[in-house]
Ligand binder design. Structure first.
Ligand code: SF4
Length: 107
């Protein structure tokens, strides 16, 4: 996968390719929760990433800028979960109990 992404980046220089899981190590950690991107599910829920399908804000009710400041995203950014060392897996999936605890504490 990494070889394929590198090849695409060389061939299509005007496009941005993000590989997740994959790019976290070279990006200094998880790029979800607004650190690099976030995901909007089919109901409008703003989630850290498709691999971390939790949401506490809906873009039908707020702006994208406000969604980036959601309590969940802020907690993930400040509590160090995004900075975990990456060995190839998904840090938010491996720490899903902590993500769920944040969601539950804010509800
Ligand atoms: S949530 Fe998982 S898959 Fe998504 S960017 Fe973070 S580490 Fe990668």
């Amino acid at each position: 996968m990494l070889k394929s992404v590198k090849k695409l980046r060389r061939r299509k220089r005007s496009m941005v390719f993000i590989s997740f899981p994959g790019d976290e190590k070279s990006s200094g950690g998880c790029v979800a929760a607004g650190r690099g991107f976030f995901h909007i599910n089919s109901h409008g829920g703003a989630e850290p990433c498709p691999f971390s399908p939790y949401s506490d804000i809906n873009v039908k009710d707020t702006s994208l800028r406000e969604a980036l400041k959601s309590p969940l995203f802020k907690a993930l950014q400040t509590e160090g979960l995004l900075a975990d060392d990456h060995i190839g897996g998904c840090t938010l999936y491996m720490n899903r109990d902590k993500v769920e605890a944040i969601i539950n504490a804010n509800n």
